[in-house]
Design a protein around this ligand. Sequence first.
Ligand SMILES: Cc1ncc(COP(=O)(O)O)c(C=O)c1O
Length: 354
Amino acid sequence: MKLFIPGPIWCREEVLKEMARQPLGHRSKQFTAIFSGVLDKLKKVLGTTADVHVATSSGSGVWELAVRNCVRRRALVCQCGAFSEKWGDVAELNGREIVRLSVEPGRAIRGEMIANMLKKHDVDAVLYCHNETSTGVMNPIEEAAEVLRERPDVLFLVDAVSSLSGVEIDVDRLGIDICLASLQKAFGIPPGAAVFTASARAYERAASLKDRGYYFDLLAFRKNAEKGQTLVTPSIPHIYALNHQLDSMLAEGLPNRYARHRQMADVVREWARRHFAVFAEKGFESVTLTCLANTRNIDVGALNKELLSRHDCVISDGYGDLKGKTFRIAHMGDMQVSDMRQLLQWMDEILGLK
Ligand SMILES: Cc1ncc(COP(=O)(O)O)c(C=O)c1O
């Protein structure tokens, strides 16, 4: 089955085959060599001089890591949909205070909104969702970075769960302290692991906090990564798959990869505007998925039933409160422009659109 939902997404057979290989002992020399190579390649793909890490958890685990290691007392939560809202909940569940900056679903978080909140509230970190998967909004991260450049005391924690590796995010230039992503999105790998970057400031903050816990202790990640190791037994199948995917990304060439993602987005957006409407505010449409306003009031469940039975694929209904009002099509990872054209043609046929 081909998943056109915004994660987990469809994965190439060769990636699945990597995951089916025999595991190595995670303290063995062979594993250390592979894992060190993965970290080096990940740095190259992300174009960063910051440390990079792999966590055996989905992206939400790294949300928790970011909060426990990088929020001292209070964080500003930039809330523009269900996922950014949930990260704020995670901060509260971990005993941090939060202040929410909320915009209507479909709207973007603008730099001046963050600047205004920082004037009014004493916070030591900002939780910022780059690509809000529930609304298909890609927030203007350059604007947020510009505001935060003036505030070195406030850590910039970025959820790039559904955008990293599909869109260029210049972690160093933007001054991002933690940039995290799940592998089941643009990396084109089955779910179960996540990657993240960590700045010198992130480590400094972590060192000043006592309740970092065990599994998501940022300093333990650093200590082990320096030896090509992990704190606990990692998901070795994910490390194999990531190794393979990083090689593929470097072989494709990052500018080509980013251009392919933009082309797929253009094709889907054009179709969306012709037949429905794009839910995201103009100028802030996601490059890795499109959230469509269901202006024709179609039955998304019925559409998916037809897609599944006729073509062995599915798209995604709207998320949470947006179910029925919107639906989403992912265009990320190893999907090609031709896949998107094919899907849209099938949808045209099923929906009787011209
Ligand atoms: C923007 C965003 N953040 C966080 C998450 C949670 O990630 P995970 O499901 O990998 O824990 C998701 C999941 O879809 C997401 O889209």
